[in-house]
Design a protein around this ligand. Structure first.
Ligand code: FRU
Length: 459
């Protein structure tokens, strides 16, 4: 038996490796999610776009590989990008990667970080067929000016339409005079989605060393920019790349980007990276992201391994109060509505202890139909300690803290986490699945999401 080709709530690698979500869109009555995929090993390698579809953002059907290397300009990888609909066709923008030389001992990696990036497009007539031979066009060739547009590190097109014109944001980097690399976002414009001209750029160390996976969108008239910033967290652990957002304004006419000094983390669990957002059927801005995993997991039939899982869908809302504007990330209703079967703590596949007792009278425990996904809802006070099968959540002095050390491989990994200080009441909604714990504080004011291992007792 193969690993199931369906996923429930969380999209994960069907087998082997996945990373970023790509091309997330609602098209012809279905949600389409593509993802960075290396189909041969549970580790990063020559990138393909895997494809999954869903009618409800809950059950995902894996559809196999949609985009694969087929041109000299994408021979070594089909990197991340997004999707838009033009005249009822699906336009998939991505970055084509070509190695100048491959690593002899593993041709799926470049030798000496020496590779070229261009921006390409595959048009699908229906979201089911992807003609990798005749349907691709390289729309932005490899840069001939490394300073203006990095030859290797310009990638992850985010294309949108406004007022009959198309705009593209690209993540990039630039070497400063001191030899330091700073993240850079590049904007281009186009009349037809094929022929692009440079509009502007903005660079800053606030965007890390390389700006990856840019996203810009409006909520209630406010423009928001997502940035996957390489080398952002300098605390000595791996996964220093972190995803942040900023409130910005962007003038499509002039290409001028202005942004607030302050940046915010999208998730305080620090496993999350490389978000993709789109509008759902009801015009909510929905987000998915890749959750990084330090070690792969055996597939159900033990014949192979898988690595890489995505968050549950989260709806992004703008909240304004006396303390200013903030984004709130709440579970999508279609997922939240699944948790309707009330159960007791004894029916959970792990031990649950609150303040040292397993008496759960003041906690709401619900289970989804999968019988493998649970939700705990409770109000908490200072000093409260929740032990969820070894995953510890502690409320201390207004901070919500988490410790996953009992459920994570030993090694140089982040184990302890905290939200910023919270004034006033604290309510937690904790979603538990076999490989992930997602804690929403005060309906998504802060989110702490973690990959965990060996969590459920065998059911
Ligand atoms: C982010 C990223 C992207 C790139 C892709 C390659 O995780 O590095 O910038 O397109 O992954 O797999």
């Amino acid at each position: 038996m193969n690993q199931s080709n369906k996923d429930f709530i969380h999209i994960k690698a069907p087998k082997n490796w996945i990373n970023d979500p790509n091309g997330f869109i609602y098209y012809k009555g279905k949600y389409h999610m593509f993802y960075q995929h290396f189909p041969y090993e549970p580790s990063w390698g020559t990138m393909h776009w895997g494809h999954a579809t869903s009618t409800d953002l809950v059950t995902w059907q894996h559809e196999g590989i949609a985009l694969y290397p087929s041109k000299s300009y994408d021979a070594n990888g089909v990197f991340s990008g997004n999707a838009i609909i033009i005249e009822d066709k699906l336009y998939l923008y991505y970055t084509g990667i070509k190695y100048i030389e491959a690593e002899p001992s593993n041709i799926h990696l470049p030798l000496n970080y020496n590779f070229e990036a261009c921006q390409a497009l595959l048009i699908s007539e229906d979201g089911e067929h992807f003609d990798n031979i005749n349907g691709k066009t390289c729309v932005i060739p490899v840069s001939d000016d490394d300073k203006r547009m990095s030859i290797a590190d310009t990638r992850d097109p985010k294309v949108w339409e406004k007022g009959g014109r198309y705009y593209m944001a690209l993540g990039s980097t630039e070497k400063t005079d001191t030899g330091r690399r700073v993240g850079k976002i590049i904007f281009l414009q186009s009349k037809d989605g094929f022929s692009w001209s440079y509009l502007s750029d903005a660079k800053s160390s606030e965007f890390g060393e390389i700006f990856e996976c840019p996203d810009l969108f409006d909520i209630d008239g406010q423009t928001i920019m997502f940035c996957a910033a390489v080398g952002y967290l300098k605390d000595g652990f791996p996964d220093s790349n972190q995803e942040i957002y900023k409130f910005v304004s962007f003038d499509e006419e002039t290409g001028r980007l202005t942004y607030d000094k302050e940046s915010f983390y999208i998730d305080y669990g620090f496993d999350l990276y490389a978000t993709q957002t789109t509008l759902d059927e009801d015009n909510n801005r929905v987000m998915y992201a890749w959750m990084r995993m330090p070690v792969p997991v055996a597939c159900e039939d033990s014949s192979s391994m898988w690595s890489g899982i995505m968050t549950m869908p989260r709806v992004i809302k703008l909240k304004k109060d006396e303390s200013g504007a903030k984004l709130v990330f709440a579970p999508h209703k279609k997922v939240d509505n699944l948790f309707h079967t009330r159960i007791t703590s004894h029916e959970l596949p792990f031990n649950l202890c609150i303040n040292g007792t397993s008496d759960s009278h003041y906690i709401d425990i619900t289970m989804a139909d999968s019988k493998n996904d649970f939700k705990l809802s409770l109000d908490v006070e200072d000093g409260c300690v929740i032990d969820i099968g070894g995953y510890i959540i502690k409320i201390h002095d207004g901070f919500v803290m988490a410790d996953r050390s009992a459920l994570y491989p030993k090694g140089n990994y982040r184990m302890e986490f905290s939200t910023p200080k919270i004034e006033g009441d604290i309510h937690l909604d904790i979603y538990l699945s076999r490989y992930m714990i997602e804690t929403f504080v005060n309906s998504g004011e802060y989110v702490l999401s973690h990959v965990v291992y060996d969590f459920f007792r065998d059911r």
